[in-house]
Design a protein. Structure first.
Length: 753
């Protein structure tokens, strides 16, 4: 977790608008910045790419009312232009797509007091399955584990997180055509639905950049071909809706469950619920095993055909004992271990992976491991911001499928759809016949499943005749035909098709040429623009680099971002961690007609672990703090403080400007600036707290909400939060004895005052 720039971020909010017509979504995202420092700054902000097949079709910027359009240049040329503009005192802005599936925007030479905004326009193909269109807009890059530190982004691409980061995310979606007649719901956010003529407007309420935004639209959608004229030819997208009959073959399934530290809290609870639900779908002929993994893999359940008393039991019982206590996320090693332990016995042999995907490790080696084991991998992404791009690729390249489980409401449908896919006869060798001369066409997928959508892109010399999809299923050849829509789409569709061509190109030169020609950013091209300043307004000093921190994901366990050894310390603290916070990840789900009730089968036990347990944590943590102090174990000391943040603090003051104001005042009196260094002396900190408390009066305690446990003293707790903050987020190499003693006294006062 970043401990830099704790209080000030130039990013203020993100505003967006989307329009969805059929399976294509176009949306505009505007990021708003303000330099409230006293110096010129250079802003670097990294944000996630849309999941699936998409393209950034336009890029523009606005600094103090001056607007410029971005243009795609070869990467090295764009980078040189950016550096030259910095040196000349102008304000360059660059957007690049990194190898790790996220964008980085760089805004140079932003003067004190200046406003800046960048605007991106996207076109995205949205997945459709079983009568449901799911729209996912990612907003945050989570804290990810890297088995090799070299794999984690660094320098200006470094992904940092800040407990106090607080960015609003405002916007709405316009649904057109048949989608406007559907039922709209969200597993992640509160929504408001309004009729606008024949269209439907969906507004998102009280959103932050701390979780994916997800909308589900239950509406009919037909197979169709979408075309746009492209320099005498036609860019084409075919989207087929399969209506194949699903079969019910017996399972030979190895379930691999992520029990690393990042799964703590609501994520491991969702895993247990998924497995309980899955256990109700099993037949006596099904062979199912269960393996948990983190830094190591642990066998939890053997299939019926393998009898060992130690691993007997059923899936639901085995799931109830799963805990997020296995350290880092060694995903490739876990896949290889499972392939070795349970070699596939039939063509139906498959693996079901449950994970948040929070790893920086490359996907290629994981895909290689799965292919060597000749196993399809089906994946359920768990959490409010899973690393879906990685998981989608892993599932696609092994012939499996991917879905995300964002909330409790997702569990029933996700399990039902995934088990149906795994049991079905796979539709092999899908092939699209365009019936028109082709200049290029995307490769056909390895497999397709009943009631999923299937898409293909092409660049054609002329408009296609009826386009046909054929595939083999259960020894038979099946076909679907569809015509192109009479509506001709704009240049954005040409760019979307070009983006797929670019990603499939064989050489860097070809990627670069496509990116420049179609004005799109990619592996070999960046967007660049520069706003020239008048003489006398140019920046005559090097700007201060500011890396915009990510918000902490709403359902993240705070302490898992530490090193693997620290993870193990966390588990030894017996912390309920983010269980309390987990209950906040259950927003209402809305139909057009009004609120949707909870699932009928929602178990009360899922909420049991979500109740506050702060008193217990405060009673147990002093022993751990004392142990860390006596052994000079700084990492363990920080981890204990992080545990208290997970249990208490982020539920009260995360992003709360009142607490931020208090910490700024205390930092100022202690002589700290943006970075908090060594731990302050305990008696000095107590004096400063008392001084600030006297200055602010009753408002000193306002950030503590009314639902603090009655056993805890509200005023003493407010002071304790300050000690927790310093212990967790300060940069210190040694644990100051006087701070430690004052910290323990603050805990004692909070419990016994």
């Amino acid at each position: 977790m970043s401990r830099e720039n704790l209080f000030h971020s130039p990013l203020k909010n993100v505003v967006w608008q989307a329009v969805i017509d059929g399976p294509l979504m176009s949306y505009t995202s505007s990021q708003h910045y303000h330099n409230d420092s006293q110096n010129p700054i250079e802003i670097n902000y990294s944000f996630p790419l849309p999941y699936g097949k998409s393209v950034i079709s336009k890029f523009r910027a606005n600094i103090n009312g001056v607007v410029r359009e971005g243009k795609a240049y070869p990467k090295k040329e764009a980078e040189q232009k950016y550096e030259d503009a910095i040196e000349s005192g102008d304000s360059p802005i660059m957007l690049e797509i990194t190898e790790k599936d996220f964008c980085t925007a760089s805004l140079g030479n932003i003067l004190p007091g200046e406003d800046a905004a960048i605007e991106l326009e996207y076109l995205q193909l949205v997945d459709y399955c079983r009568g449901r269109l799911r729209i996912t807009i990612p907003t945050v890059i989570g804290e990810r584990y890297a088995s090799d530190p070299e794999e984690a982004p660094s320098g200006r691409y470094e992904i940092t997180h800040n407990l106090f980061a607080n960015y609003d995310f405002e916007g709405s979606v316009l649904l057109k055509g048949s989608l406007a007649t559907g039922v709209v719901s969200s597993p992640t956010h509160d929504i408001e639905v309004q009729r606008k003529g024949e269209d439907l407007v969906v507004k998102i309420r009280k959103a932050k950049l701390d979780s994916d935004l997800v909308l589900d639209i239950e509406a009919p959608l037909e197979s169709a071909v979408y075309v746009a004229e492209d320099e005498g030819g036609w860019a084409a997208l075919s989207n087929f809706i399969l209506h194949s009959e699903s079969s019910k073959l017996p399972l030979d399934l190895n379930i691999l469950v992520d029990c690393s530290g990042s799964m703590e809290g609501s994520r491991i609870q969702k895993v247990r619920k998924v497995l309980r639900k899955l256990s109700t779908k099993l037949d006596r002929n099904d062979q199912v095993s269960l393996v948990s993994f983190g830094e190591t893999a642990e066998l939890k359940l053997l299939p019926n055909r393998m009898k060992f008393e130690e691993f007997e039991g059923d899936l639901a019982e085995a799931a109830s004992h799963l805990e997020a206590d296995l350290g880092g996320t060694e995903l490739e090693q876990a896949i290889r271990s499972c392939m070795s332990l349970f070699p596939g016995s039939s063509k139906q042999s498959a693996m079901l992976l449950l994970t948040d995907g929070e790893v920086w490790d490359p996907c290629e080696s994981m895909i290689k491991a799965a292919r060597e084991g000749k196993r399809k991998i089906f994946i359920l992404g768990i959490g409010l911001a899973p690393y879906s791009n990685l998981l989608v690729e892993l599932a696609k390249e092994t012939g499996g499928a991917y879905e995300a489980v964002y909330s409790w409401y997702d569990v029933e449908g996700a399990v039902e759809r995934m088990i149906t896919r795994i049991r079905s006869e796979v539709a092999y060798q899908p092939e699209v016949r365009w019936n028109a001369p082709k200049l290029w066409a995307s490769e056909d997928e390895k497999s397709v499943f009943a009631e999923d959508s299937y898409s293909c892109f092409a660049l054609l010399r002329k408009l296609p005749e009826p386009v046909e999809l054929k595939w083999k299923e259960a020894g038979k050849t099946k076909r679907i035909e569809t015509n192109y829509l009479k509506k001709v789409y704009g240049y954005e569709l040409c760019q979307l098709v070009a983006a797929q061509r670019m990603l499939s190109a064989d050489t860097e030169e070809e990627m670069r040429d496509i990116g420049v020609k179609y004005n799109i950013a990619g592996p070999e091209t960046n967007f660049f623009l520069s706003i020239e300043r008048k003489e006398g307004e140019k920046v005559d000093e090097m700007p201060e680099l500011v890396v915009v921190p990510q918000m902490v994901s709403e359902d993240a366990c705070f302490c898992y971002a530490q090193a693997p050894s620290a993870n193990k310390v966390c588990s030894s603290c017996s912390s309920p961690s983010s269980h309390w916070h987990a209950s906040k990840a259950l927003p209402g789900r809305v139909k057009c007609a009004g609120p949707r009730p909870l699932d009928d089968d929602f178990e009360d036990e899922d909420f049991e672990a979500a109740k506050p347990a702060g008193l217990k944590a405060l009673e147990e943590i002093p022993e751990e703090l004392e142990s860390a102090f006596e052994t000079s174990d700084r990492e363990k000391y920080k981890c204990c403080a992080d545990t208290l943040i997970s249990v208490f603090v982020r539920n009260f003051f995360i992003g709360d400007k009142r607490f931020v104001a208090i910490m700024e005042k205390i930092g100022e009196k202690l002589g700290y600036k943006t970075t908090f260094g060594d731990l302050p002396k305990g008696d000095l900190l107590e004096e400063v707290i008392a001084e600030v408390e006297k200055e602010k009066g009753a408002s000193f305690y306002d950030f503590v909400e009314d639902d603090l446990e009655p056993e805890l003293d509200r005023e003493a707790f407010a002071e304790l939060c300050i000690f927790i903050f310093f212990a967790s987020l300060s940069k210190y190499e040694e644990i100051d004895p006087s701070f430690h003693n004052s910290f323990l006294r603050a805990i004692d006062r909070t419990i016994k005052a």
